[in-house]
Design a protein around this ligand. Structure first.
Ligand code: NAP
Length: 262
């Protein structure tokens, strides 16, 4: 009998967890991606791409694929998927875990302004400077497009879908980033203010250190409101430990299960 784990991904932690799980004897790990990025970094193991069709669709998927454990390792701002996962796990009784990295905390020399959402971030930008580096991603970019008095450098993985006004320059890139390169970027573009989500983790933290070095203010958009979660950990190692309690014992004789896509 094969043990099946559905891993809701799109993050570095999800890829790290998938890489660790594919070697668990008798275990198949299926990573799920939303399909937002044209050329995603693919995790080890099986991969499926696209929405499930809300909580009901995910409930069906868990049942039809006889999933033994569900790990939601999506990004801290993926609020809809998080709710769907909790509901589907509740409906099916499939053991559920949320893997979510902690947010960042300000240290000496940081000038952070925490705001509740993208609209509040956009409202604050003109008061902090003229040239802004906006790193909140492609989704929600329209919240900043009325800032015609500002020059905006917008960093995205894929080009934004909508036409952009002349005061917006797009920089296509994806992490991880280094502090020296981030500092150079801020200096070269004469950035006055950085806008970021509170993503947490090391992948994209270099911009915060660069802003601190240069004494620049940072507008940090708060995470979505928390929802009650059946179980949550912040580290991949803790997720692996939880899986050992939630799954049937690994069968060393079973060997590595075929992890081909289907
Ligand atoms: P979201 O608003 O919570 O999700 C919207 C819908 O997209 C969900 O209801 C679900 O559709 C589908 N979806 C989301 N994540 C999925 C997954 N891993 N597998 C299958 N379907 C998924 O999420 P989002 O903010 O658009 O983020 C989409 C993906 O990008 C997530 O996987 C997340 O980990 C990754 N990501 C997001 C951010 C961010 O800032 N939001 C940053 C980096 C990476 P159905 O209802 O049809 O199931």
């Amino acid at each position: 009998m094969t043990t099946r784990v559905l891993l809701l991904g799109g993050t570095a932690e999800a890829r790290d967890l998938a890489a660790a799980l594919v070697d668990r004897p008798g275990t198949v790990v299926v990573s799920s991606l939303a399909g937002r990025v044209a050329d995603p970094r693919l995790p080890a193991g099986q991969v499926r791409i696209g929405g499930f069709g809300g909580p009901a669709g995910l409930t069906r998927w868990l049942t039809e694929h006889r999933v033994d454990a569900l790990v939601d390792a999506t990004h801290p701002y993926a609020a809809r998927m998080r709710v769907s996962a909790v509901e589907a796990a509740g409906a099916t009784g499939v053991p559920y875990l949320r893997l979510e990295r902690p947010g960042w905390t300000a240290g000496p020399g940081d000038h952070w302004h925490r705001v509740p959402d993208l609209a509040a971030a956009a409202a604050l930008v003109p008061r902090l400077g003229r040239r802004a580096f906006v790193t909140t991603g492609r989704q929600g970019l329209d919240a900043f497009l009325h800032l015609t008095g500002n020059w905006l450098l917008v960093r995205v993985v894929d080009d934004p879908a909508m036409p952009l006004p002349g005061n917006v320059t797009v920089l296509r890139d994806r992490g991880p980033y280094e502090v020296a390169a981030e500092r150079e970027l801020l200096v070269t573009h004469r950035i006055d203010v950085l806008v970021s989500k509170d993503s947490g983790g090391a992948y994209t933290a270099a911009k915060l250190a660069a802003a601190r070095d240069l004494g620049l203010p940072v507008v940090l958009v708060d995470r979505p409101a928390p929802v009650p979660l059946p179980a949550m950990v912040t580290e991949v190692t803790a997720a692996l430990a939880w899986l050992e309690t939630a799954l049937p014992p690994a069968r060393p004789g079973a060997g590595r299960s075929p992890q081909t896509a289907r």
